[in-house]
Design a protein around this ligand. Structure first.
Ligand SMILES: Cc1cc2nc3c(=O)[nH]c(=O)nc-3n(C[C@H](O)[C@H](O)[C@H](O)COP(=O)(O)OP(=O)(O)OC[C@H]3O[C@@H](n4cnc5c(N)ncnc54)[C@H](O)[C@@H]3O)c2cc1C
Ligand code: FES
Length: 337
């Protein structure tokens, strides 16, 4: 009664936001620039953080201009860091609401929401004899987590693409690892050399098809890599991690009604309802924003939506749930937000 309308836990949150039993949060303790548009964010996680496996990602809820936005970031810290802190490394994308905020406008002391780590882009318990890491841009982050964790990997080749040498995130550390014999590193500078031509991969890595491969980078590269591995009959040696959804299948749009907020807006058939809502000021839960985490699931109350990955249409029926991050309007529709 003394604390009404707040709960005692709300007061505890003010003095001890990272305590056990509280909603899982993290305190940003430092932001270290890595390149001109990328930075490593050092976070002290709450007491209930369960720990991660190298290569996994964490969903982070960041308040940007008073609105909480959730995004996924790969963990770049080793799991046994002495001080218990974790790191993610973020590249600011053009017009990116969260990435730009984290890289350029976040002060130490900022609290963020965290979820427990997730993802299966990890090394198997029986370490492969020969490994190939094929990465580009910020796709290096989960692989850096693995390299920092698994010092005992003995035959590792990395082919990494970035526009210029100064855009290579973790460049000094990668060269140190290469100098210490832990890694054979090829940098492809796409600004001068052009994009990595997979037809020439055999020149760079003659035994690429024998290597267990982890690939992470832009959609175009990953699509080409998946095709190449399939064509050579070694698709089972390849694991990929995507930061954005794959192919978009656009269809007809329509008017979208957000039932709980009573707002209706016109949407095209290619924009995910999650983005349509955000543009209209309707905040919806989200995480990966690419159809893997189910953090955005919402009841479809009326009308029809199209799955942007497959083109499949889902029509409203009692109990039907849709993922707003990969669903676009297929005619007029209403979702419960
Ligand atoms: C499993 C997983 C792990 C991830 N790990 C990392 C990581 O370690 N480091 C990292 O920097 N990012 C990572 N991401 C991407 C990250 O979650 C965000 O998508 C990214 O930071 C952009 O968010 P934003 O809010 O800045 O952009 P938004 O405001 O959502 O989008 C702004 C514009 O940028 C475009 N865009 C969105 N995402 C990307 C992207 N990845 N590349 C290029 N353009 C984009 C959008 O289409 C839009 O036009 C990961 C994503 C997933 C799913
Ligand atoms: S936000 Fe992850 S599935 Fe939609």
């Amino acid at each position: 009664m003394v604390t009404t309308p707040l709960l005692p836990s709300d007061y505890l949150d003010l003095v001890s936001p990272l305590r056990a039993g509280a909603e899982l949060r993290g305190r940003i303790e430092a932001v270290h620039p890595e390149t001109e548009d990328a930075a490593t964010v050092v976070i002290r996680p709450g007491r209930d953080w369960r720990g991660h496996t190298a290569g996994q990602y964490v969903r982070i809820g960041v308040d940007v201009d008073g609105v909480r936005l959730w995004r996924a970031y790969s963990l770049t810290s080793p799991t046994d860091r002495q001080d218990g802190r974790i790191t993610v490394t973020v590249k600011a994308v053009a017009d990116g609401r969260v990435s730009g905020h984290l890289v350029h406008r976040t002060a130490p002391g900022t609290l963020v929401r965290l979820e427990q780590p997730a993802g299966d882009f990890v090394l198997p318990p029986a370490r492969p004899a020969k490994v190939l890491f094929l990465t580009a841009g910020s796709g290096i982050t989960p692989v850096m987590g693995m390299l920092r964790e698994h010092a005992a990997l003995d035959d590792v080749v990395m082919v990494h693409s970035a526009p210029r040498p100064q855009d290579v995130i973790f460049r000094a550390e990668l060269h140190e690892l290469a100098g210490a014999g832990r890694l054979r590193l090829t940098e492809v500078h796409t600004g001068t050399d052009g994009r990595l031509d997979l037809a020439r991969l055999g020149d760079l890595v003659p035994d690429w098809a024998e290597r267990e491969t982890w690939a992470c980078g832009p959609m175009g590269l990953l699509d080409a890599v998946e095709r190449h591995w399939s064509e050579h009959g070694v698709r089972e040696r390849l694991r990929t991690e995507r930061f954005r959804p794959g192919t978009v299948v656009a269809g007809d749009g329509g008017s979208v009604t957000f039932g709980a907020t009573g707002r209706t807006v016109e949407a095209d058939g290619a924009t995910p309802l999650l983005e349509v809502g955000e543009e209209a000021g309707v905040l919806m839960p989200s995480g990966c924003r690419m159809g893997i985490c189910f953090g955005c699931v919402t009841p479809l109350k009326a009308g029809a939506v199209r799955d942007l990955r497959t083109g499949e249409i889902t029509e409203a029926e009692p109990g039907v749930l849709i993922q707003t991050c990969v669903s676009a309007a297929a005619g007029p529709c209403e979702i419960e937000r």
